[in-house]
Design a protein around this ligand. Structure first.
Ligand SMILES: Nc1ncnc2c1ncn2[C@@H]1O[C@H](COP(=O)(O)OP(=O)(O)OP(=O)(O)O)[C@@H](O)[C@H]1O
Length: 376
């Protein structure tokens, strides 16, 4: 039987790092591919300094994988993630602390939800080091926007892209649960927030900065401040793409993001039924007004395959989003099935796209489509 990703990952678990743990438990393996006996992967160290000490671990990992049966060739690249040195808004320009990392134990002294710091010029700003920013939006809540955002982020990371995920769903942040992270991000210098790493994705959620048991009652300006902090003060590092999981609907967060940040575009998620489509149209109208390009429509919960007999049914209707995309002359990026494992994966903090089951395939296809189209 040809060697599988799981075989390789369990082998890599045996490669100890000089500063503790192993390559897999510390989530440093990226873009692992196995094709006809050729294995390729990237080891991404948290900082350039750490990468310098990982040379022997890289060699040991390469040798261990080469010893596996049916492996003809192994290619390993060692890179460093390292937060980019850049000033946060209103800061004195102090570089981002390279230490700390996701596991740093110093709690951030930042007050989230403060009023925004005025920026020079009010036009859309770029986020330093980030090539593209794509919002995942929906008109209606519960259509699977956060599920699509997390799985797309993970699938893109597995394609070798450097991916960030910002959970901007201020009122119902769900990415910490879906990505399986709960620790409070560190802020070694009290200005820069060090994001967390999960499933190959650099992530940050407003939910990690606020008390999960307290209702968030923020007015527009406070929301703007929080969003500005998430974009400007988080040490995102160099990213090919930052995915922003928006709240549902057409409110202050959408407005602020599209007006203040140079967005590459938005992906709009909808289920096929009419009521969701009605709301999706409002979201599309909003993006048109804000001059944010809509990169495509995604249909979620499109089809359900009975696990017993395999019969396909369409509990939320069929083809509605594709028809809408055609009507509006927008790209239709794909239909994602309704699947129990997608739901349980989200609940357990292990997005389905992190695995290799058939349910992961539509997310991989979506990621590849975005990469092929230059969107990610
Ligand atoms: N394709 C799918 N198959 C099975 N369950 C799904 C699928 N997509 C989403 N779900 C489940 O539906 C529920 C709602 O999904 P999710 O939280 O992603 O929606 P949302 O649009 O982001 O909602 P909100 O905007 O209210 O946060 C979750 O329990 C999620 O696991």
């Amino acid at each position: 039987m040809p060697v599988s990703r799981d075989d390789i990952l369990s082998t890599l678990r045996g490669t100890a790092l000089p500063d503790g743990g192993d390559l897999v438990s510390r989530d440093m393996i990226r873009a692992l591919t196995v094709e006809g006996g050729v294995v390729r992967f990237v080891i991404e160290a948290p900082s350039a300094e750490q990468a310098q000490t990982y040379g022997p671990a890289r060699d040991a990992a390469e040798a261990a994988v080469r010893r596996l049966p049916d492996v003809a060739q192994v290619s390993v690249v060692l890179t460093a993630h390292g937060p980019a040195a850049r000033p946060g808004p209103g800061s004195s320009g102090a570089p981002a602390g390279a230490g700390g990392g996701a596991g740093g134990d110093e709690p951030p002294s930042l007050k989230v939800g403060r009023h925004p710091t005025p920026q020079q010029g009010q036009g859309p700003q770029r986020v330093a080091g980030v090539d593209r920013i794509i919002a995942v939006a929906s008109g209606k809540g519960g259509v699977g926007k956060s599920t699509v955002a997390s799985n797309l982020a993970v699938a893109l990371a597995r394609e070798g892209r450097r991916v960030g995920l910002l959970d901007a769903d201020i009122y119902g942040p769900s990415q910490p649960r879906m990505m399986g992270v709960s620790q409070r991000p560190a802020s070694p210098d009290g200005k820069t927030i060090i994001p967390l790493q999960a499933h190959g994705v650099t992530m940050m959620s407003i939910g990690l900065m606020v008390d999960p048991d307290r209702a968030v009652v923020w007015r527009g300006p406070m929301l703007m401040g929080a969003l500005q902090q998430m974009l400007g003060q988080v040490a995102w590092g160099e990213l090919d793409i930052l995915i922003v999981d928006l709240p549902p609907g057409t409110g202050d967060v959408q407005l602020t993001l599209c007006q203040r940040t140079a967005m590459t575009g938005a992906l709009v998620v909808s289920t096929p039924q009419d009521v969701a489509l009605l709301d999706a149209r409002k979201a599309l109208d909003m993006f048109r007004t804000l001059k944010t390009p809509v990169l495509g429509l995604i249909e979620n919960m499109a089809v359900y395959h009975c696990p017993h007999c395999g019969e396909a049914s369409h509990p939320f209707g069929e083809g509605g989003v594709q028809a809408e995309a055609e009507k509006l002359d927008l790209p239709f990026l794909g239909a994602l099935p309704l699947a129990l494992d997608v739901r349980t994966g989200g609940d357990d903090g292990r997005p389905i796209a992190a695995g290799d089951t058939p349910d992961a395939a539509p997310y991989r296809a979506l990621a590849r489509r975005l990469v092929a189209g230059g969107m990610a």
